[in-house]
Design a protein around this ligand. Structure first.
Ligand SMILES: Cc1cc2nc3c(=O)[nH]c(=O)nc-3n(C[C@H](O)[C@H](O)[C@H](O)COP(=O)(O)OP(=O)(O)OC[C@H]3O[C@@H](n4cnc5c(N)ncnc54)[C@H](O)[C@@H]3O)c2cc1C
Length: 258
């Protein structure tokens, strides 16, 4: 059955310059981060149709970097979700911390890279909806005229109308830049497990500023793991400037509890 099957070629670039060299020579390569989604795929290997060129991203130092300034925080795409939580604990928006904590268990989060969670085509992670409402930017390295270019794209530029995130072919997610905006209200809930009950699961992420008793800068994303996510400026506008039926003193109490 497997007689004409040959082992894939695994490329192991040690830095982004080597990655550029490899992807230029093998533009059809599959990217391998921690492999948790790839290994899970039916018929990934052994399979006669499997991609024979694989680029392992785990040795590229630049993809593990973390840096911050007053306005934004940047993570390399090979940072795992627990590392994000640890290094970003005091600065990341609370809605993002809630989203990260909702994904798998501690040991599973250790095996999920930020880039893999975003790029996984078979599954829309709740992270994407949250990144969308936080106006996150994604740095892509992509081939154009046989040269590797890099550019930060607002996530909204990478999302199709149906809520699917589409990356240009042969593009590597190298960094993610998250603005440190201060929203004083957030709501996050996941109904049913996105992996175990994929077709029933839904995640709602909502942020806004509560000023006096009205809402401003409202952003809402609803994620369906097997379809994509929904977020619309029109819906956000409907929620903006809503007068909430609460006393200002009760509102202060709510905010203090968040
Ligand atoms: C047991 C288990 C539970 C899970 N639970 C959840 C959950 O609750 N919520 C949730 O959102 N997800 C969950 N996941 C899914 C998880 O987010 C994906 O499996 C994710 O893709 C894993 O990342 P990885 O680093 O292993 O990626 P890989 O499996 O290595 O890659 C996944 C895909 O992304 C591509 N890719 C990887 N890195 C990059 C990059 N830097 N640039 C471009 N493309 C890239 C690969 O080519 C591949 O197509 C779970 C997974 C497992 C195994």
């Amino acid at each position: 059955m497997f007689e004409s099957l040959s082992s894939p070629n695994i490329h192991t670039p040690q830095n982004l310059a080597e990655y550029a060299n490899t992807i230029t020579h093998y533009p059809q390569s599959s990217l391998w981060a921690f492999g948790s989604s790839i290994m899970d795929s039916e018929n990934f290997y052994p399979n006669l149709n499997a991609n024979v060129e694989i680029i392992y991203l785990g040795l590229i130092d630049e993809l593990y970097k973390f840096q911050r300034n007053d306005r934004a925080v940047e993570f390399g795409s090979m940072v795992n979700l627990n590392e994000m939580l640890t290094s970003g604990k005091s600065i990341l928006p609370q809605i993002l911390i809630d989203t990260l904590k909702s994904i798998g268990s501690y040991s599973i989060r250790n095996r999920i890279s930020l880039g893999g969670a975003i790029a996984n085509k078979k599954f829309t992670s709740a992270l994407i909806g949250t990144f969308f409402i936080l106006d996150t930017q994604i740095e892509l390295r992509y081939l154009k005229k046989k040269r590797l270019h890099n550019h930060f794209f607002p996530i909204s530029k990478l999302v199709e109308k149906n809520g699917e995130l589409i990356l240009p072919e042969t593009s590597l997610i190298s960094r993610i830049r998250i603005s440190i905006n201060s929203y004083n209200y957030k709501y996050f809930v996941t109904i049913d497990d996105p992996c175990l009950a994929t077709s029933n699961s839904v995640t709602i992420a909502f942020i806004c500023n509560l000023e006096q008793i009205s809402t401003t800068n409202a952003r809402l994303a609803i994620t369906y793991p097997n379809k994509g996510f929904f977020s619309s400026r029109d819906t956000d506008m409907l929620i903006n400037n809503l007068q909430l039926p609460i006393e200002p003193s009760a509102q202060t109490e709510i905010i203090n509890k968040i």
